[in-house]
Ligand binder design. Structure first.
Ligand SMILES: *Cc1c(COP(=O)(O)O)cnc(C)c1O
Length: 217
């Protein structure tokens, strides 16, 4: 399955983040031996345990909702935080990154699904965030792009529309705020059920779990 997904991603140079949440270390090691280096987790404690035990050359992506009081646990090693949707969280990531003398790359999460979801920015809130004086002062974070999750549905036209919406946000932010920042380049969208559509709509990173590791209980 890894080879098949990599073949699908190859022509677009999209990065595969293997979502290993709830899966045992042995399954991660198995993919690692096949060359996979980017893994995604959404629980702090599980990520800490896996990071401590597995090879240091793994790039750990935090893909879940992150609480401010938990940032300190992953700040020393996290490679990319995918789902940042508030200035409060960015400030805490900045603070913990400074303590670790590093810059932590983050993606801004957007609400793109029709369904009501608790998390994610929209056009108004992202403007307020990026234009605020305190955002300008954050020197230990780097906004590397955007992230979004489509509605959980079989309607692939709807999923495509939602991915187009995220690409629209990316383009808008790139021209308005990040024209001089080449590091703003990532669009994290696409999961097991919809990654092929995501690639067609411009994804640079897909987050694939169950297709690689089997379904989660
Ligand atoms: C679990 C999860 C995934 C992977 O989902 P699959 O359908 O198993 O591929 C991707 N992104 C996020 C944010 C997740 O929580």
């Amino acid at each position: 399955m890894l080879e098949q997904i990599k073949a699908d991603l190859n022509s677009s140079k999209t990065l595969l983040v293997a979502v290993s949440k709830t899966k045992p270390m042995a399954q991660i090691e198995d993919l690692y031996e096949q060359g996979q280096r980017d893994f995604g987790e959404n629980r702090i404690q599980e990520l800490q345990e896996k990071e401590a035990a597995l090879p240091k050359t793994i790039r750990w992506h935090f893909i879940g909702h992150l609480q401010t009081n938990k940032v300190k646990y992953i700040a020393p090693f996290v490679h990319l935080i995918h789902a940042v949707d508030s200035l409060k969280l960015l400030k805490e990531i900045n603070k913990q990154a400074a303590r670790n003398e590093r810059i932590i790359p983050c993606l801004l999460q957007f609400k793109i699904a029709e369904e009501e979801s608790k998390y994610g920015l929209d056009a108004t809130s992202v403007k307020a965030l990026l234009e605020s004086a305190s955002f300008q002062e954050l020197e230990h974070i780097q906004i590397a792009g955007v992230m979004g999750m489509a509605t959980f549905t079989d309607n692939m036209d709807q999923v495509r529309t939602e991915f187009k919406r995220l690409k629209g946000y990316f383009d808008l932010l790139q021209t308005t705020y990040f024209a001089a920042h080449p590091e703003f380049k990532e669009i994290s969208m696409g999961m097991s059920g919809d990654y092929k559509i995501a690639i067609e709509e411009g994804s640079t990173m897909v987050r694939v779990g169950s297709l690689l590791f089997g379904s989660r209980s």
